[in-house]
Design a protein around this ligand. Structure first.
Ligand code: ADP
Ligand code: ASP
Ligand code: MG
Length: 436
């Protein structure tokens, strides 16, 4: 069971989480995020330190510390547990204060980002202790591992987690941190923003769990982005492939790559609402359930690269040359379309953009468009859905589409458009395809 930031962000919510995790008799691993807002604050602290703005950093640390002191007062009752909780907060804020006196490195940056999950889990464990709820606290840093490519090492995680669990043969309830892990060098690292979902799925796969429950602040995956579109509805069932596409293409409720571990071991994933625990939520499993369009998602920050060369005409090996450049800079391509003399691709990171463009320029002419958004329509066998393309393009008639990807998978149609048109596109799809 994984509980996100808003699910643990207030003392009353933590009390509610304690009730939810003790309802079931099955042995349970509970994965917690940092309290909502904490990771953002830690990112800002790192940004201040990177700019050598010590005052900015210490002001933020001070504000954050006050929030934790108030949180403790509302979370706990017993003076022993309250004292222990203040010691926890002392320890982590002492660390944060020390960071202002040393120069910021990549490793220190990640240490700072880990503080949120370390504190939320320790405070929650103290609340369970106060309530006499028997449990074991298992630090994620003891078993969550990345490999040399900075990808989760499922084999090693499984091995280490089993060893950790064997230390507590009589326990049925375990508390651990989402998001944080160690890399191949043994340093503290993380699974990127929103990574607690990934932790939960990795643990579920490592232990071949009966279910992986992701508890959040909404009653499941909705058909459209509720932050952008007024009327959205929860989806009852998604296949692993559909959910993975939605997560990757911007449905924030799930971390972009968190589906694969559960899918690998065929562990169903349930998306549930902490604020409304009896709502059905969404179940994600092997079978898609129904046929047709299920949801639309949008991913911002996309860069389109148009690669043109007359030498491509009737040539083979041209695509390989292009892909080798992206491979060299470990930059994944999201969308691709081709014509006889041109290839357009999209990427979601400008980290190595300059080098990539320089190399492509050696054999082709290049045009770059930034501030693009991918809008992805996801469903089961949508390619076979009656007049789907006509319906889609009729619906978004007013939106300038710059690329289309269709047929790559039977459950996805992706469009590229300038980000300024995202809201309009999502609203029009909601009306035209979902009748909402
Ligand atoms: P948590 O802190 O629990 O991990 P997140 O904020 O990461 O929660 O994810 C839940 C949020 O995802 C929702 O509050 C909602 O605003 C947003 N969201 C975006 N797209 C969707 C979607 N298609 N369905 C449901 N929620 C979505
Ligand atoms: N606390 C981390 C974040 O805010 C991880 C998570 O909540 O999933 O990104
Ligand atoms: Mg999240």
């Amino acid at each position: 069971m994984k509980f996100g930031g808003t699910s643990v962000g207030k003392p009353a919510r933590m009390h509610q989480v304690a009730q939810l995790i003790t309802k079931d008799a099955e042995p349970t691993i509970v994965v917690l995020s940092a309290l909502s807002g904490t990771t953002n604050a830690l990112v800002s602290i790192c940004d201040f330190l990177a700019k050598s703005d010590k005052t900015g950093a210490s002001n933020l640390i001070e504000i954050l510390e006050k929030q934790y002191r108030t949180f403790i007062a509302d979370l706990l009752n017993s003076s022993i547990c309250i004292a222990k909780a203040h010691l926890v907060v002392d320890e982590h804020f002492e660390f944060l204060k020390i960071t202002q006196r040393i120069s910021l490195s990549d490793a220190l940056n990640k240490d700072i980002l880990a503080q949120g999950e370390l504190m939320s889990t320790k405070l929650f464990s103290l609340y369970l202790e106060e309530k006499n709820i028997d449990h074991a606290f298992i630090p994620a840093l003891d078993f969550m591992r990345l490999d040399n490519n900075d990808e989760p090492d499922l084999g090693l995680i499984s091995e280490k987690l089993s060893a950790v669990l064997n230390l507590h043969p009589t326990k049925k309830l375990f508390i651990t941190q989402g998001y944080i892990c160690r890399n191949a060098k043994g340093e503290i690292d993380n699974l990127k923003r929103g990574g607690s979902d990934y932790t939960a799925s990795l643990i579920a796969a490592a232990l071949k769990a009966s279910v992986c429950e992701i508890w959040t602040d909404i009653d499941g995956m909705h058909n459209n982005d509720p932050r952008v579109v007024e009327k959205t509805v929860a989806i009852e069932q998604l296949s692993f492939d559909e959910a993975a596409e939605l997560a990757y293409f911007g449905a924030k409720i799930l971390h972009p790559t968190c589906i694969w571990p559960a899918q690998q071991e065929n562990v169903p994933v349930k998306l549930l609402n902490t604020m409304q625990p009896t709502a059905a939520g969404t179940v994600i499993k092997k079978e898609a359930g129904t046929i047709g369009v299920k949801a639309v998602a949008a991913k911002d920050g996309i860069i389109a690269i148009k690669i043109k060369s007359s030498r491509m005409l009737l040539a083979y090996g041209f695509l390989r040359k292009i892909f080798e450049v992206f491979e060299k800079y470990k930059t994944p391509i999201d969308m691709i379309t081709t014509s006889e003399v041109a290839v357009s691709v999209t990427i979601d990171s400008d980290l190595h953009l300059a080098e990539i463009l320089e190399e492509l320029n050696n054999f082709a002419s290049i045009e770059v468009e930034k501030e693009q958004t991918i809008v992805s329509l996801v469903g089961n066998e949508i390619a076979k859905t009656d007049s789907i393309l006509k319906k889609l393009f009729d619906a978004i008639n007013e939106v300038p589409v710059t690329m289309v990807s269709y047929g790559g998978s039977p459950h996805n149609i992706s469009l590229l458009l300038p980000s300024a048109f995202k809201t309009k596109a999502l609203q029009l799809v909601n009306k035209g395809l979902f009748n909402l």
